[in-house]
Design a protein around this ligand. Structure first.
Ligand SMILES: [Mg+2]
Length: 207
């Protein structure tokens, strides 16, 4: 692992996680979801829905909720997620979630995955409370709640929007990709394919 980036990471007290596909196993097939909702392929779902008429958007949101609810109740933790979150908690770091999912579904997901004990409700930010990633609004909101700065903060996620949101807010960015293909090197400061390993490296750094 990149030593300079690891040293920087160790010094950062505030960690913001993407949820689906980062803390949990990737189960969302967004192309399949778009098809089920009758939305154009390759376009972000929330933005496609927002472009529809209010009546249509409401119907689509209800349908989206049904699909996401089923996925949430079956959520499984990403290997190493517990180790990493425990490590951060032991270190006394702040941890929060920024998801494009709804907050209600975020709670169901974390419960199902056995990870809810790590997060205070106020620090689980969903699409009700801010513009969705890649907009940095949710990161800015968490930093405000924590009275922290971009230099204190890390954004970690498995998708381009997570990294772009981090970049826009000026935080350090970590790309998590269990496949190790890392498609957006210019958007990430550190690439990680194993959360357990990341937890171990933090252990070493703090000793
Ligand atoms: Mg994700």
């Amino acid at each position: 692992m990149n030593q300079t980036a690891m040293t920087q990471l160790n010094q950062r007290p505030c960690w913001i996680f993407d949820m689906d596909g980062t803390l949990t196993h990737a189960v969302h097939d967004f192309e399949e979801m778009r098809m089920a909702l009758g939305l154009p392929p390759g376009q972000p779902i929330l933005e496609s829905i927002a472009a529809r008429s209010p009546e249509e958007a409401e119907k689509l949101h209800r349908h989206l909720y049904e699909i996401e609810h089923l996925l949430a109740t079956n959520a499984i933790a990403q290997p190493g997620a517990r180790s990493l979150l425990s490590r951060l908690q032991l270190d006394g770091r702040r941890i929060g979630i920024l998801t494009r999912n709804s907050e209600a579904l975020a709670h169901i997901t974390l419960q199902a995955a056995g990870l809810s004990e790590f997060f205070e409700d106020a620090f689980i930010i969903g699409r009700e409370r801010c513009a969705p990633k890649p907009d940095p609004a949710g990161i800015n909101l968490l930093m405000e709640l924590w009275s922290s700065t971009p230099d204190d903060t890390v954004m970690i996620g498995d998708y381009l929007f997570d990294l772009q949101a981090g970049r826009s807010a000026g935080t350090m960015t970590i790309h998590f990709d269990s496949q190790g293909s890392f498609q957006w090197p210019e958007e990430s400061d550190l690439n990680v394919c194993d959360l357990e390993k990341l937890a171990t490296h933090l252990d070493k750094g703090s000793s």
